[in-house]
Design a protein around this ligand. Sequence first.
Ligand SMILES: Cc1cc2nc3c(=O)[nH]c(=O)nc-3n(C[C@H](O)[C@H](O)[C@H](O)COP(=O)(O)OP(=O)(O)OC[C@H]3O[C@@H](n4cnc5c(N)ncnc54)[C@H](O)[C@@H]3O)c2cc1C
Length: 342
Amino acid sequence: MSSRIGAQRTDVVIVGAGPVGLFAVFECGMLDIRCHVVDALAEVGGQCSALYPEKPIYDIPGYPTIMAGDLVDRLVEQAAPFEPVYHLGQQVTTLETGTDGAWRVGTSAGTVIEATAVIIAAGVGAFGPNLPPLAGIEAYEGSAVHYLVRRREDFRGKRVVIAGGGDSAVDWAISLAEVAAHVAVVHRRDRFRAAPESVNRIQELAADGKLEMVIPYQLAGLEGDGTVLEAVIVGDLDGNQRRLDADVLLPFFGLAQDLGPIADWGLALDRKQLAVDPATCATTRDGIMAIGDVVTYPGKLKLILSGFAEAAIAAHALHPLIHPGEALHFEYSTTKGIPGHD
Ligand SMILES: Cc1cc2nc3c(=O)[nH]c(=O)nc-3n(C[C@H](O)[C@H](O)[C@H](O)COP(=O)(O)OP(=O)(O)OC[C@H]3O[C@@H](n4cnc5c(N)ncnc54)[C@H](O)[C@@H]3O)c2cc1C
């Protein structure tokens, strides 16, 4: 996947290579619309790749279960016949009017792309984890402190402290209890914000001594030589402290949602999301559509399958702009096949 420096021209720039942006390449391709795709992350797949590649998803139509990472692989494969140009590891920073009414998109790496239209599929924006305020934590990031789990095998035989009370904390505690030497779950209260079956399961594991609940405690400090972690210090509201032997700390305090530069592009926002017309996925600026987790409209569901449908809607709505004067005859993929791939 290449990233080229210099002004380039295409039909549509897709901002975000999450599952929804990837599927937009396919939907555009089926309507003879060429795409460049830009993502701030070094790999495609958005949240699926960055946050939960080894988790099974159960609500993708036609797949009773599929690993998030496998779904991304299939989306890339499905988009490939349309030869999208990927620009990875660079954030879209600017959106300006270019020549001949085109949009001019600029990235943090200096790439400039001119396009007739833009589809924003930026998910929760330039996402990053909410960080616990622990002195010196940066020194351990990447070695002993991780904000997401890519491969659970990395934690085999390790003493793991998990902090948080949401889905990620609960799900990974359950999963890592099978491979880690010891799992301690630090949470500030006795209630978890996770699926009821998972909460039941974590409580069963705790009752069976397969993991330890450290409740009601919060993270208070780290002990180690600045590279190798030895212990996590936790404290309760009464000022009591405990020292938990640990090789690894996994703080799961959710994602910081930050639209980043997109918030400055003059598009109507509704609670930090882009307000779109659900009939077209159009934003408040001509030729700029938005789809997936980044949008809101009445009844919006933040699900991958909703984003897929929005990708189809946006591509169809853009057709008259990309191919003016050309009639768009609605066709099923079964009738049409993949253009150029019989
Ligand atoms: C743990 C977990 C489990 C989940 N389980 C399910 C499930 O079972 N079923 C389901 O339907 N959904 C599930 N989801 C939600 C699902 O992952 C999201 O709905 C989906 O990822 C949204 O896709 P997207 O392409 O809109 O956005 P994202 O996946 O968020 O991708 C957006 C991409 O845009 C990029 N980006 C943002 N701003 C810029 C910029 N300015 N320049 C360049 N790139 C930018 C980001 O780097 C990111 O890669 C789950 C989410 C999590 C965290």
